[in-house]
Design a binder for this molecule. Sequence first.
Ligand code: NAD
Length: 298
Amino acid sequence: MQHIAFIGLGNMGAPMARNLVAAGFHVSVFDLAPAAVTALVDAGATAAASASSAVQNADAVITMLPANQHVQQLYLDQGGILDRAKTGALLIDCSTISAEVARQVAQAAGERGFAMLDAPVSGGTAGAAAGTLTFIVGGPEAALQRARPLLEKMGKNIFHAGEAGAGQVAKICNNMLLGILMAGTAEALNLGVAHGLDPKVLSDIMAKSSGRNWTLEVYNPWPGVMETAPASRNYSGGFGTALMLKDLGLAQQSALAVNAPTPLGGLVRQLYQMHAQAGYGTQDFSSIVQLLRPGQDG
Ligand code: NAD
């Protein structure tokens, strides 16, 4: 498997595709944003004029798109991936979407003779750049075995969650928890700072105490505390508030589908809804801390 088509070169897709190029694969790339394609061509990829021309000779297709509708359109529309991909190509969707749509697209792919995996990721843009992502995979074991040589070039941990859609269920559970942890960390930091504490000192204390969590360790939401975190570059790049809001909505939909109580997930979705409406949709999701301290930038 040498020729890969990679579609969707945003905050996550670009560094993932770059790692495949660096590993020696022939990577055909497409994104609606021409600048994203140019940046990958500079890194050694081949530009395609459309998604369908990117996939036509590829042994495997990887997509990294924002949400349900983008995945449905790209795979299922007339002239889309299922119409144009090479016979026997392996299809891997790494976007975070609903389990229902993942199953719908996988079923349509299966009817056309393609093996397909839902393989959403965790690890953020830093993990994508470093090639240390966690892949959370749903779909047939045999397809996962074929995918491993590719996934291993982009990630460090590969989990098989179950059949088609199971990767998305696990990913949504994770991101609901992440949203809760980020909002809780922001709230605790804001409380401490309101009492005059230094946010860096408070972060160091909690990171070594029982409140320890990923947001404190690698993604601190308070500006200036962690040089590498989006908070220290005006919340640019990273994982957009609108994408977190999408994931929290997916969590609520999947909770309704099985009557599972998710009170904190529901509350944090509301917080992210208000935050997006306040104009933070394109900024990193750690900017939720600004909801608690309006008017105090940076
Ligand atoms: P992004 O918005 O930065 O990038 C999405 C890219 O897809 C854009 O460049 C856009 O132009 C492109 N695109 C949209 N429709 C297209 C189409 N029809 N054809 C070609 N290109 C198209 O998003 P991202 O942050 O890279 O996230 C992508 C997915 O990964 C989302 O589902 C997100 O929830 C998930 N995710 C993101 C992160 C993160 O930290 N950013 C982490 C884990 C998972």
